[in-house]
Design a protein around this ligand. Structure first.
Ligand SMILES: *Cc1c(COP(=O)(O)O)cnc(C)c1O
Ligand SMILES: [Zn+2]
Length: 410
């Protein structure tokens, strides 16, 4: 028996073969990978995982790849840091940072999902990969396509940060900037995917791609000594990461790798684009699309594909959602840098700002273990900090000039 049975509709449970499909023909629900956990159970243990590679592929038994992986061989297995200085500042001694700002090779959590998507695309024999992206996914697909010798087409909103655009262009894919929001880019890509026989990682390969997000949660549990924390705070764009954190906790428990988890999953979004948090605050069953207006461009998805599943994951775990304003985001980026020496992008600012609010509001108790998912690197969004830090002190190349400066700054 194989560990992956095929695909299954998340709504009506209709089954589909293992193919590049993503929507149910009958109810338009999203398709999800259907595992045979009895088969997986026989091949997985804490020990087998610990003896695996130092990458996300140590969890290969729970990933939808049938052959040896061919992309993202060094992705994942990022540091989990006990953030003592930050914990002091926030009054939470057991505060941890899961630091995907240093994920290999493109410095964001997207290297996890792309490792799976491109390995799968090669299994399916595609020669061209593509994506609709808010920036980080573009960087990761372009880099991994270069490594894997695949043709690559990248679609992004035309107004992305320069760092994110250059960090796609450098790998020499075809980059198309669309004059519109991410949601418009995504809609166009769905039409293109109907015409061109390409592997769109977050459209026709999405059920496989999304499974990669689980590895962030698998890792932090293993890094805590096979114990799930009391709280995980994660950002949401399309809502896939948050949803898959819930799935990862369930799978580890189902396979007997951890005790029954009692983890509250909290979701972080920007005030200027927070449809999932809006849904939670209104205690609604629908996600109402919004038009994004935030400096957190990597999270600026106004109509999130997995929005309702993310909201349900948070609700069912007993977690909460909170918004961060642009000002909160910048303050949190600076706080993380000043306390832990980690320079995160705007999405990380959103997540830390929200963590702070949830501590202050009592949704996170100060005496419990908290893991904050920092998902991207600040060097890609430097413009967010323009005029938001001290300027350098410019002096002449003379000792005297430096002495004079010291007299004013010391
Ligand atoms: C894509 C992304 C996320 C989360 O994305 P989902 O679509 O919700 O899975 C979080 N942080 C960063 C930096 C991202 O690029
Ligand atoms: Zn269905």
């Amino acid at each position: 028996m194989e560990k992956v049975l095929g695909l299954k509709c998340r709504e009506c449970e209709r089954r589909y073969p293992k193919e590049p499909l993503h929507v149910c023909e009958f109810c338009f629900g999203p398709l999800e990978v259907d595992y045979n956990y009895e088969v997986i159970q026989k091949s997985i243990s804490r020990r087998s995982i610990e003896q695996g590679p130092e990458s996300l592929w140590r969890y290969a038994a729970l990933l939808p790849i049938d052959e040896e992986p061919t992309a993202g061989l060094h992705s994942g297995f990022t540091p989990l840091i006990h953030a003592k200085n930050l914990g002091d500042a926030l009054g939470v001694p057991a505060l941890y940072i899961k630091d995907d700002s240093v994920c290999y090779p493109t410095l964001s959590f997207k290297d996890r999902v792309v490792a799976i998507a491109l390995s799968k695309a090669k299994e399916f024999d595609f020669d061209t990969v593509s994506c609709a992206s808010t920036g980080n996914l573009a960087n990761s697909v372009a880099a991994h396509a270069a490594i894997a010798n695949l043709n690559c087409y990248i679609f992004i909103p035309a107004d992305l940060e320069l760092g994110k655009v250059v960090a796609s262009l450098v790998y020499a894919p075809t980059v198309v900037g669309i004059m519109g929001t991410y949601d418009e880019v995504n809609r166009l890509c769905s039409e293109i995917a109907g015409v061109y026989p390409w592997a769109f990682v977050n459209i026709n390969i999405r059920p496989f791609y999304a499974e990669g997000s689980k590895t962030l949660c698998f890792e932090l549990i293993e890094q805590l000594g096979w114990e799930a924390p009391a709280h995980i705070v994660a950002p949401a764009a399309g809502g896939s990461l948050v949803t898959k954190i819930g799935k990862a906790l369930k799978e580890f428990h189902l396979l007997g790798l951890i005790d029954k988890p009692n983890t509250k999953i909290h979701v972080a979004q920007a005030k200027g684009c927070g449809p999932i948090v809006d849904t939670l605050k209104a205690d609604s069953d629908f996600v109402k699309p919004v038009k994004p207006d935030t400096i957190a461009k990597s999270l600026a998805i106004g109509n999130p594909a997995d929005g309702i599943y993310a909201a349900d994951t948070v609700r069912n775990s007993g977690g909460a959602g909170e918004h961060a304003t642009d000002e909160d985001i910048i303050d949190a980026i600076k706080l993380l840098a000043a306390t832990e020496g980690i320079f995160t992008e705007t999405a990380g600012g959103v997540t830390l700002a929200v963590t702070k609010k949830l501590i202050e509001s009592g949704h996170i108790s100060r005496d419990e273990r908290v893991v904050v998912a920092i998902t991207g690197n600040g060097l890609k969004t430097v413009e967010a900090l323009e005029n938001q830090t001290e300027a350098p002190h410019i002096i002449a190349p003379q000792l005297n000039a430096f002495r004079k400066l010291m007299a004013t700054v010391a």
